[in-house]
Design a binder for this molecule. Structure first.
Ligand code: NOJ
Length: 531
């Protein structure tokens, strides 16, 4: 690929592939690299600039691959290193970049270092092993809970405990140990040497812990926290940036940084640290004009201060699909509310109309945009998965109270009228019987489909010089209508007011739904040429 557009990450449209659920070529019910390679043409036609792969490494799948046993290989259920190399080359030939998911906060209990640590005390300092409290060390070393539910500590045979902020199969690394730092810089080089264009950094704000491992203090502010957003973390990413900058044209570093404070968030995006980070404030934002405008303004202000591009994200493999969210009374997303909102009454037609409008909003905003596989098909969350089918550790660790994230991870429907919709075998999670309407085949030639909207919008976004990176300016608009201009004569208008409003003057380039004469209906967006 040319290095002339070395700043591609500033305005790319990035498609997230969750490998287990994208496309199953060998008919074992689990997606694979061969399935991706066979569908690179689909992604080229969709109009994406890059693919981000959720972890593809060997893994016991305690957390669907976010428990990595070997950072330098491919899980056999997905394929081989040679297939990964072929995939990278084929994607590059189509001008599609490859981003892979590196998980530095924790590993898998199957990782060689952890296995060694179980019997060799000299390896324990690569993790957080501690003696327990209580007369016989029978109590965990502190009161931290796992983010997935239950305690954050598990006891090993000799009586010590190890820390895992997520599942017990995911021991946390000790980033105070220089061996851990060296190892990950080497892992980055391993993949960059194989042509990978960027890294998505899992749980990026959590890697450094307060070495005293103090009990959780409910009175202290949420961040910095004994295990989140500690100031020392920035040294880690400065080191990674030096590695990335050592390659011609550089390589991109994109952080998964969940922080409430936009100023602390922006610290990760200083010029010598990460290139970009996911905008979870936008993802969680309710379908509400004032909330969205506040989010856009805060996002752009925080990013401008450090010269970084904003990112716009509506869904990913961890959150309720936005077609479903937007069809409810409560349209925002927060992890801790997932269980109370599960199975809430949902108007899917309304959610879909809003999702179409939201797509045009996100693709018109300054910066890069992420598309989670299946959102371009308008897939809803699958909420009625049987308990026996659920695999997300959150479900088990909360005793079934929290349904977890399986509902957004159901394998994509490609063709046909019944499960497995074009795959050779039933998927690892069951697909609903009524998904025939959402297959790629059903939508490809339907100009009113979600897929057609995404294709047209991404093509226009690429062709329109004012879109992507660059400034925007709000326009005066009626209450609960968002209107802004980009570049020279491009405008985006989003009507969240609940009723029709006058369509501003201009030639319609694209609308998210039917227009009503000179009116822009509720929950509809339009792109206009205004000069
Ligand atoms: C964030 C990932 O997106 C999520 O899927 C995973 O469970 C946790 N980090 C732990 O790796």
């Amino acid at each position: 690929m040319s290095t002339a557009d070395a700043r591609w990450w500033r305005d790319a449209a990035i498609y997230q592939i969750y490998p287990r659920s994208f496309a199953d070529d060998n008919g074992d019910g689990v997606g694979d690299l061969a399935g991706v390679r066979a569908r690179l043409g689909y992604l080229r036609d969709l109009g994406v600039d890059a693919i981000w792969f959720s972890p593809w490494f060997p893994s016991p799948m305690a957390d669907a691959g976010y428990d990595v046993a070997d950072y330098r290989d491919i899980d056999p259920s997905f394929g081989t290193l040679d297939e990964a190399a072929a995939l990278i080359a084929e994607a590059h030939a189509l001008d599609i970049r490859i981003i892979i998911d590196i998980v530095p906060n924790h590993t898998s209990t199957a990782h060689a270092w952890f296995q060694r640590a179980l019997t060799d005390a000299s390896y324990r300092d690569r993790f957080w092993f501690r003696d327990g409290r209580g007369a016989a060390g029978e109590l965990p070393p502190n009161d931290w809970g796992s983010i997935f539910g239950g305690p954050a500590w598990t006891r090993v045979a000799d009586g010590q405990w190890y820390l895992h902020l997520f599942d017990a199969g995911q021991p946390d690394f000790n980033w105070d140990n220089p061996l851990v730092r060296e190892e990950f810089e080497d892992v980055l080089r391993f993949w960059f040497d194989r042509g990978v264009d960027g890294i998505r950094i899992d749980s990026a704000a959590m890697v450094v812990k307060d070495p005293a491992l103090p009990d959780f203090d409910p009175a202290s502010p949420p961040d910095p926290h004994p295990w989140n957003d500690r100031d020392e973390i920035h040294d880690v990413y400065r080191g990674w940036r030096r590695v990335a900058d050592g390659y011609p044209g550089g390589r991109a570093l994109i952080g998964e940084v969940w922080l409430a404070d936009p100023q602390r968030f922006a610290l990760y995006l200083r010029p010598d640290e990460l290139h970009a980070a996911f905008n979870f404030d936008f993802l969680g934002c309710p379908w509400d004009a004032k909330a969205l405008r506040r989010c856009v303004d805060e996002t752009l202000d925080a990013h401008a201060a450090v010269g970084a591009p904003a990112t716009w994200v509506l869904s990913n493999h961890d959150v309720t699909r936005h077609v479903t969210r937007y069809g409810r009374t409560e349209t925002g997303f927060e992890h801790h509310l997932r269980q109370t909102r599960h199975l809430a009454p949902t108007d899917l037609a309304l959610g879909t109309r809003r999702a179409r409008a939201a797509a045009l909003l996100t693709m018109a905003l300054p910066g890069s945009v992420y598309v989670y596989q299946g959102e371009e098909l308008g897939l809803p969350e699958v909420e009625d998965l049987p308990a026996a089918a659920r695999q997300d550790p959150i479900f088990a660790r909360t005793g079934g109270a929290d349904p977890g994230r399986d509902g957004c991870r159901v394998p994509l429907p490609w063709s046909g009228t019944a499960p497995p919709y074009g795959s050779g075998a039933p998927g690892w999670l069951p697909q609903p019987a009524d998904w025939a309407q959402w297959t790629v085949q059903a939508q490809t030639d339907d100009p009113s489909s979600m897929l057609s909207l995404y294709r047209r919008a991404l093509a226009l976004r690429r062709a329109e010089p004012g879109l992507g990176d660059g400034p925007m300016a709000w326009l005066d608009a009626p209450a609960d209508v968002l209107a802004f201009t980009r570049g020279d004569g491009f405008a985006c208008v989003v009507n969240l007011s609940g009723g029709p409003v006058d369509l501003p003057a201009g030639a319609v380039l694209l609308a998210s739904g039917p227009l009503d004469g000179g009116l822009l209906p509720a929950d509809t967006s339009v792109w206009l040429r205004v000069s």
